[in-house]
Design a protein around this ligand. Structure first.
Ligand SMILES: NC(=O)c1ccc[n+]([C@@H]2O[C@H](COP(=O)([O-])OP(=O)(O)OC[C@H]3O[C@@H](n4cnc5c(N)ncnc54)[C@H](OP(=O)(O)O)[C@@H]3O)[C@@H](O)[C@H]2O)c1
Length: 255
C-alpha cells in the first residue's frame, strides 16, 4: 500500500491513533503533515517517522481556532503543492450533564474540535482533493452509534454528526471522484485517558472496565486503527465512500 509522493494531513498526530497513522504513512513513503498543539510530542512523533520513513512537516496548531485551520492548508500547499489525503483524527472527550451550569462551554469546546474543525478542514481541502481525486478519513467513534455512558452527550453528538457529515459530503463530491469514510473505534489504548480523567491512579480501573465491555475482552491498539485508516485512504478502497467502519472489539455487539 504505497503512498509514495502522496501528501497526507493527519490531525491529532501527537499521540495515539494519529501518531500511529502518521508513522504508517511515513513508512509508506508519504509526505505527511502532522498537526496538534503539543510541540514536544509532535517532535517525538516526527523523529520516529523520519527514522522509519519520510520526515514529516510539523504544524503546531489549535484546531479550535479558524486561523490555525487555514494556516494548515496554506502551509501544506505552499510546501508540497497538492493534497491527496486528509485524516480528521483530532478529538477530545468530556463528560457533562444536561442540567449542569457549564454545559454550553463544554459542548462548544467538544463540537469545535471534533466536528467544526473537521468540517472546515474538509471545506478548505476540497478544491485540492478534487484536483488529486483524493479522499478523507474521519475518526469518529462507537459513540456515534450508541450512548454508552451517562453524561457523554456532547461527545456522542459530535461523533454522530461527524458520521453524518461524512455521508453528506461523500454524496456531494462523489462525482469528482473524491471519497470520504469514517472509522468508529471502541476503546483504544491512547493518551485519551489523560484528558478524560486527570487522576492517573484511576486509569487502570477505567481501562479494565472498558476492555470488559467489549465482546473480545480487550482494548484496541492505535496501530490497528491506523491500518484501517491506510486501507481506506488507499486505492484498494476505491469503491468505498460514505461508509462508517466500526473497530471496537465487539463493544456494540455486547451492548
Ligand atoms: N481512545 C479511544 O478509546 C477512542 C475511542 C473512540 C474514538 N476515539 C477518537 O480517536 C481520535 C484520536 O484519539 P486517541 O485515542 O488517539 O486520543 P489521544 O491520544 O488523546 O489523541 C488525540 C489527539 O488530538 C489532538 N487534539 C486534541 N484537541 C486538539 C486541538 N484543539 N487542536 C489540535 N489537536 C488537538 C491531541 O493533540 P494535542 O493535545 O497535542 O493538541 C492528540 O494528538 C479522537 O477523535 C477520538 O475521539 C478514540
Amino acid at each position: 500500500m504505497s503512498f509514495k509522493d502522496n501528501v497526507v494531513i493527519v490531525t491529532g498526530a501527537s499521540s495515539g491513533i494519529g501518531a500511529a497513522a502518521a508513522l504508517k504513512f511515513a513508512e509508506e513513503g508519504a509526505n505527511v503533515v502532522i498537526v496538534a498543539r503539543n510541540k514536544e510530542k509532535l517532535t517525538a512523533v516526527a523523529e520516529k517517522c523520519a527514522e522509519n520513513g519520510t520526515k514529516p512537516l510539523v504544524i503546531v496548531a489549535d484546531l479550535a481556532t479558524d486561523t490555525c485551520i487555514k494556516e494548515i492548508i496554506d502551509t501544506t500547499l505552499t510546501q508540497f503543492g497538492k493534497l491527496n489525503v486528509l485524516v480528521n483524527n483530532a478529538g477530545i472527550c468530556g463528560f457533562v450533564d444536561i442540567v449542569s451550569d457549564n454545559i454550553m462551554k463544554k459542548f462548544d469546546e467538544i463540537i469545535a474540535t471534533n466536528l467544526r474543525a473537521a468540517a472546515y478542514l474538509t471545506n478548505l481541502s476540497m478544491p485540492h482533493l478534487i484536483k488529486s481525486r483524493g479522499n478523507v478519513v474521519n475518526i469518529s467513534g462507537v459513540a456515534a452509534h450508541a450512548v454508552l455512558f451517562p453524561g457523554n452527550l456532547a461527545y456522542c453528538t459530535s461523533k454522530a454528526a461527524l458520521d453524518h457529515f461524512t455521508r453528506g459530503v461523500a454524496l456531494d463530491v462523489a462525482s469528482h471522484g473524491v471519497r470520504l469514510n469514517s472509522i468508529c473505534p471502541g476503546p483504544v489504548k491512547s493518551d485519551y485517558m489523560d484528558t478524560l480523567i486527570p487522576d492517573k491512579t484511576k486509569h487502570k480501573d477505567f481501562w479494565d472496565t472498558l476492555s470488559k465491555r467489549t465482546a473480545l475482552g480487550k482494548l484496541i491498539e492505535p496501530k490497528e486503527v491506523a491500518d484501517l485508516i491506510l486501507y481506506l485512504a488507499s486505492d484498494k478502497a476505491r469503491s468505498i465512500t460514505g461508509s462508517s467502519f466500526v473497530i471496537d472489539g465487539g463493544m456494540l455487539l455486547k451492548g
